[in-house]
Ligand binder design. Sequence first.
Ligand code: UGA
Ligand code: MN
Length: 321
Amino acid sequence: MKGGGAYISIGSSTSGINSMGSGSGSGSGSKMTLGKSVKMYLTIFIATTCIYMVLYQYHMSREPFAPSEVGKPPLYIITPTYRRPEQLAELTRLGYTLKHVANLLWLVIEDANKTNPLVAHTLDRIGVPYEYMVAPMPEKYKQTKKAKPRGVSNRNRGLEYLRQHATEGVLYFADDDNTYDISIFEQMRYISKVGMWPVGLVTKTGVSSPIIRNGKLDGYYDGWIGGRKYPVDMAGFAVNIKFLRQRPHAQMPFKPGYEEDGFLRSLAPLDNDEIDLLADECRDILTWHTQTKKNPPAQALNKTRYSNTNLVHIDKLLVRP
Ligand code: UGA
Ligand code: MN
């Protein structure tokens, strides 16, 4: 795991008292000397204790999370990403949101054949514990003129990672361009199987949400139902890891528009009353399906005109498709 020093506990540094040796009063037996050396050891002991306490206070004040927070069920956030001018901006915004959340591992998975040092550098700087992996979209989908299954190979790679490395906690698919209120992360930690909640800014209905009637899940509200059993947005559900591991074949289909539905169906058997309803029983909106305006690729820098300027350095930070 890279990044983030959130879980480093204070080292059991031995106090100076042991390393001081027994310098004075070497067995003379005199009352004076004995009293003196006891006083000296006491002083050293108190001084060391004080220094230790001050250091500990300082250390704790630098810790982003209280020990009680670190003990909570872990969260695994799977974020698909891909190379484009907006990429580092998206990851920066999402990363600093995640930085408010304790006991979290961010699985950043790029639709690419190799990792990009600029992405790794951005993740390092943010300081959220992360794994950065690649999972390219299969060539046949890349070539198609029709809608592409965006982020699917990335998410399936994330599921594979979790099957190898995670035993408990909760998994959430967080696209790199969406907007998340951090309280949803605290709520999703305690999902027993699958949890769902509303997502703002989805299609013509303005929101995609489970419909709750008399306290029970009673269908879905979404601008496009499309024959789906689970017409929900990617940002609107999370899954318990133990439950996922009991479904070894669960994965996301390469089927544009049906990624969420296909994945949730692959978690069968799952009864509607086993779905936890978050965000105040789906009366609140804590996640939004936002979209960033696409930017044209930056033009090439005139290296003759701008040689020996900062622009040469900046140019290396631009993500060009
Ligand atoms: C919506 C859904 O929220 C996605 O989860 C779903 O995969 C997508 O539609 C779909 O049905 O194809 P949308 O906002 O339209 O998402 O798509 P993007 O934000 O462009 O992509 C979703 C995720 O996949 C993002 O995290 C993005 O970084 C990643 N992505 C996108 C790739 O990894 N490769 C791509 O070529 C495009
Ligand atoms: Mn998106």
